[in-house]
Design a binder for this molecule. Sequence first.
Ligand code: UFG
Length: 340
Amino acid sequence: MRVLVSGGAGYIGSHTVLALLDAGHDVVVVDDFSNSKPTVQGRLEALSGKHVPFHAFDLTDADKTEQLFVHEQIDAVIHFAGFKAVGESVSEPLRYYQNNLDATFSLLRAMQRSGVSKFVFSSSATVYGENAPVPYQEDYEYLSASSPYGQTKVVIERVLSDVAAVHEGWKVALLRYFNPVGAHPSGQIGEDPQGIPNNLMPFIAQVAVGRRERLTVFGDDYPTADGTCERDYIHVMDLAEGHVAALEHLGDLAEPVRAFNLGTGTGTSVLQMLHAFERATGKELPYEVGPRRAGDLAAFWADPARANTELGWRATRTIDEICADTWRWQSANPQGYPGA
Ligand code: UFG
């Protein structure tokens, strides 16, 4: 298939581009580089040995999006592009709703006009909200996220369900990610957050490489084994392969729209992750315990059974591989990708 990957220069997008090429698909990327660097293109081409066409524009520009579908032959879309900082979305909700929804509307309209009906959406475990039983299962209702960022995922899932219900032949996979971490084993591509990392793994990696003094553990009085929060950390290469599996199984879906958890099914605590990273680097990493972070849940992980059975996919990489691959990326690229 020839796949349009929106946000293909970003963290999960770039790894998915490689997994698609590796599986024999062709890729076209659209990315406005608002949260990624153009140097990613060269790295993807060097790693794959293939030319990867990039289109640099903002998908909220509906005319440009439509033109893209006129000029490029596209069989399916994997949609990553969107704002994703939870805290920022709380202070700027309108910007988040507008950007994430408008980009999706542009894509869906352009697809409709050009007869493309296969869509894979980058959703999140955040759609399960605060009350879902753990492990999370896809048929849980009622979906509701606690941040405007998460709420854009809930709304877009709903939009996709409504669109696919009335348009003959549409097939949509909603991929609900747990906590994506790790990097390509080459160390050439990885997560490159701008500013102070919001998420645990890039923060630990920046402590290890000397960019940050110490990790602050947000609370150690949760009702978990060691008192720190537990999450389902999934290697980004497993996640990327999950997208390929979803794409290749779209035709088999019994329903026009189907949600899949992409997780491992196992929880790992903040301190377990820190200690695994110490093993990968051979260094002791300084940390302090601070107050809880507003909005954090104590522990959650996926029930990945549906993706295992229906997509023939499962996460196989371990926490130690995650840390080794992250460290390879971070130590080879201490400041992330070089600037534009
Ligand atoms: N944590 C720390 N110190 C840090 C950063 C994080 O202790 O400096 C802890 C958090 O408190 C949490 C755990 O590490 O217990 C994981 O935090 P992340 O920010 O890495 O991940 P979250 O589970 O909070 O966030 C993820 C996704 C979001 C999604 C959210 C809700 O990154 O996109 O889950 O499901 F919205």
